[in-house]
Design a protein around this ligand. Structure first.
Ligand SMILES: C[S@@+](CC[C@H](N)C(=O)[O-])C[C@H]1O[C@@H](n2cnc3c(N)ncnc32)[C@H](O)[C@@H]1O
Length: 384
């Protein structure tokens, strides 16, 4: 087996050890930085390049951008049975934050490479988190990412060709170039608190939170027991987008955001929209709040992965289903809409189910225990 050394490249001069390799593998940009008469394989087709690496008899130098152990070639080499020596350079993400003079232990880093929804996932991470670096790729170029963030208050900075003479920081409409990293920032993040866990992705320390964890009025809040049943069916997670339609206090949207999902809270009542904003701030999560009546208020929103319908008639559910979310949960206090909602979900091709949730909470009566009934709510859901 060939001895393989992976050299990270960040614009700094490469170590002289590169020139002792008899096979050089890397992108055209990287290979042009090396003067040597070694055989060269320009990396485009990774599989073909790996076959050349494993079949080579002699020292191999693989050149890759930044830290090759970070969203880089080291994983593919190991999968091909190679046990490489790695000499990393500074990752493009570290360089980009350094150029901005910002700490980044609290940043979420997302790769938009890959065909399976790379742009969508990356956009949802930028919508859900205040400090994000995106490794951009084909189909997820800076303007597409910036367009996906319309409606969210974000500063989008494109760091192009870091470590080269053409290095520059621009906006997404500016003179950016490949390769680039996009930094998405909400608000002034220059002096956030010091943490202890790198990466910025949240795991909630609890869910189905009690009602008193939210500002609400007139008991217009989805009760904790109902949220406990609805949340797992919405499957909120980093990279997904959840709409909470008829948000009331915003409790469902906030809980989804606590799981790392991007969340949009919609309510026709401006007071409810204010409550949802206040609750998002109270829980330190990003929720886009739209004060407007559904279904019209849904028209310009990006396609959701999951929708909680806490208010609105059959026209709202129909508008939701037209956007083909993977998971839908609708909550009803009245019985009449339950059957038609289940029928509408089934007709739209969803596997449906439902349950009535009626909880009796342990309470106190004159020093003894009693059960305090909460109002029954029927949940109807569908997944596809
Ligand atoms: C496969 S990832 C490799 C990341 C690399 N291992 C690192 O640590 O920077 C490729 C992505 O890295 C980013 N990238 C690599 N080199 C860059 C550079 N010189 N300037 C800006 N971004 C760069 C781009 O987002 C590119 O699409």
């Amino acid at each position: 087996m060939a001895e393989v050394t992976v050299f990270g490249y960040d614009g700094s001069p490469l170590p002289s050890a590169v020139s002792s390799a008899t096979l050089l593998v890397g992108g055209a940009r990287h290979l042009s930085a090396v003067e040597s008469s070694a055989e060269r394989v320009v990396m485009g087709d990774v599989g073909a390049a790996l076959a050349r690496v494993t079949g080579h008899n002699g020292p191999v130098a693989v050149l890759a951008s930044g830290d090759p152990g970070f969203f880089g070639i080291v994983r593919a080499l190991r999968r091909a049975g190679v046990d490489p020596i790695v000499q990393p350079a500074v990752s493009s993400v570290a360089q980009a934050f350094a150029r901005l003079g910002l700490p980044w232990d609290d940043a979420v880093v997302v790769s938009a490479h890959g065909r399976d929804g790379g742009l969508r996932r990356a956009a949802n991470i930028c919508r859900a988190y205040p400090k994000v670096a995106v490794l951009t790729g084909p189909g997820a170029e800076p303007p597409a990412l910036a367009a996906a963030l319309e409606g969210w208050s974000r500063r989008v900075i494109v760091a192009s060709r870091l470590g080269t003479p053409e290095e520059r920081l621009t906006g997404p409409d500016g003179d950016w170039a490949e390769p680039n990293v996009v930094i998405s920032l909400a608000g002034d993040l220059s002096s956030g608190p010091a943490g202890w866990l790198a990466g910025g992705v949240r795991v909630p320390d609890g869910w189905a939170l009690p009602e008193d964890a939210f500002h609400h009025r007139n008991s217009m809040i989805t009760k904790a027991e109902v949220r406990a049943v609805a949340l797992p069916r919405l499957r909120p997670a980093p990279g997904t987008l959840v709409w909470d339609v008829g948000t009331g206090s915003g409790s469902v949207a906030v809980e989804c955001a606590r799981f790392g999902a991007a969340a949009v809270a919609v309510d026709r009542d401006p007071a409810a929209a204010d409550l949802a904003r206040a609750n998002a701030a109270r829980h330190g999560v990003e929720v886009r709040v739209e004060a407007g009546a559904a279904p019209a208020a849904l028209a310009d929103l990006p396609d959701p992965d999951a929708v909680f319908v806490g208010g609105g008639g059959p026209d709202v559910l129909a508008a939701v289903l037209a956007r083909r979310p993977t998971n839908v949960v609708a909550a009803f206090a009245a019985l009449e809409p339950v059957g038609p909602a289940a029928d509408a979900l089934a007709a739209a091709g969803y596997a449906t189910g439902g349950v009535q949730v009626q909880a009796n909470r342990l309470a106190e009566i004159a020093g003894r225990h009693r059960l305090a009934a909460t109002n029954p709510v029927t949940l109807v859901w569908g997944s596809r």
